[in-house]
Design a protein around this ligand. Structure first.
Ligand code: FES
Length: 82
């Protein structure tokens, strides 16, 4: 997933701000280790990337996204983005 790639590249993910996927370093947490039981890995994807590079989130992810702080039209859970 995107978060795993970030960890492998030693990008700091712990913190309180929301993430911006692809061009920007983000800080995000991963409290449930990618099991879709939290929303701490919430990231905001740039419009072009969201619509052109990513699959639609599934129902489970959408349910958890509804609990995310600062939800936007292009929000995703980082642990679910390949
Ligand atoms: Fe918990 Fe992504 S790490 S839903």
């Amino acid at each position: 997933s995107m978060l795993e790639a970030a960890h492998e590249n030693e990008i700091e993910l712990e913190g309180k701000c929301l993430g911006i996927l692809y061009d920007h370093v983000f800080c995000s947490s991963r409290a449930c280790e990618g099991s879709l039981a939290c929303s701490t890995c919430h990231v905001i994807v740039r419009d072009g990337d969201y619509y052109n590079r990513l699959e639609e989130p599934n129902d489970e992810e959408n349910d958890m996204l509804d609990l995310a702080f600062g939800l936007t039209e292009t929000s995703r859970l980082g642990c679910q983005v390949i």
